[in-house]
Design a protein around this ligand. Structure first.
Ligand SMILES: C[S@@+](CC[C@H](N)C(=O)[O-])C[C@H]1O[C@@H](n2cnc3c(N)ncnc32)[C@H](O)[C@@H]1O
Length: 288
């Protein structure tokens, strides 16, 4: 299955959830949420902004429709870069552990499963333990729908854990997610960049990098803005991580195997397209 096909299954469920909340106003609400998200993403560096609220199913529909397939595909591409840099598999044989920070919408977990499916000759993973860590509990529902539909070919153990990087009480006592072989930070740094005026988010990054195990891989990708890159570069450089691959402000598209035609019904309904290209910055990092 392609990422767009998986996204379609989830969208059908989310659309029903949105109808339960918004009834005959569902389509209008979803259209509003496309605009809400687009406008919100232009203000991410504004410290006075109100954080984005993803709770409503219409907002979650808008997010998954617009962003999940392309963001997932970018993470697949970063995993292939990590594999090339390491000269073999990214994951250990047998059980692999992945922690997706800000991974509630499912882009990151889909990417891991798609990568393991596409590159099964290189990776000998039989069991996958995934932690989805996100402030918004409502994403757990969205992800559950995804998980039930996935036929990953590996034994899958998934855990959704509420975690707010601005609230140390939500992460100081959680330790298991720090055991990961791979951490994904997909379009997450930009989301919390402006919330770091007190240093609380820096405290999270430094704890994460310090307590992760030697050899852990960190995959950062985000929307290309120099402010976010400089901020994140400062964080991982301070922690002494190594760069395996990097790029800034590059024009990226999903791989040609990913086709969005499967979403045509929704394209026609909303006169809106899933994101198919964008400026991307990425860092593929390893803890020595
Ligand atoms: C732009 S989305 C990225 C989602 C996904 N990784 C992707 O690439 O599509 C940002 C995610 O960060 C979560 N988030 C926002 N603020 C957060 C915080 N303070 N702590 C943890 N998660 C947060 C949101 O709920 C949302 O799921």
């Amino acid at each position: 299955m392609t990422l767009f096909e998986l996204v379609k299954i989830t969208l059908d469920e989310l659309y029903k959830n949105a109808q339960q909340v918004h009834g005959t106003n569902t389509d209008a609400e979803i259209k509003n949420r496309f605009n809400y998200l687009r406008a919100s993403y232009t203000k991410l560096s504004d410290a006075s902004r109100t954080p984005i609220d993803y709770r409503d199913p219409a907002t979650r529909f808008a997010y998954v429709y617009r962003y999940v397939a392309s963001h997932g595909d970018y993470v697949v591409q970063l995993l292939t870069m990590a594999s090339a840099a390491l000269g073999g598999g990214v994951f250990p044989k047998g059980t692999a552990r992945v922690s997706c920070i800000g991974g509630g919408p499912g882009s990151d977990i889909l990417a891991i499963l798609k990568y393991l499916d596409d590159y099964s000759a290189k990776e000998a993973v039989t069991k996958l333990v995934i932690y989805l860590l996100d402030k918004e509990q409502a994403w757990a529902d969205t992800w559950t729908e995804l998980d039930e539909k996935l036929n990953a070919g590996v034994s899958l153990n998934t855990n959704f854990q509420p975690l707010d990087v601005t609230n140390p009480a939500s992460w100081t006592l959680q330790k298991k997610f720090l055991d990961a072989d791979v951490f994904t930070l997909s379009y997450f740094v930009s989301e919390v960049y402006s919330l770091d005026s007190t240093g609380v988010v820096t405290n999270f990054w430094q704890t994460l990098f310090k307590e992760a195990k030697s050899g852990a891989i960190f995959l950062y990708d985000d929307n290309g803005t120099d402010d976010f890159n400089a901020y994140f570069d400062g964080q991982w450089q301070k922690a002494g991580l190594q760069v395996l691959a990097q790029g800034s402000n590059e024009n990226w598209t999903p791989r040609y195997t990913e086709r969005s035609d499967v979403l045509d019904t929704y394209k026609n309904k909303f006169s809106a397209w899933p994101k198919l290209k964008g400026y991307l910055s990425y860092r593929v990092l390893r803890k020595p």
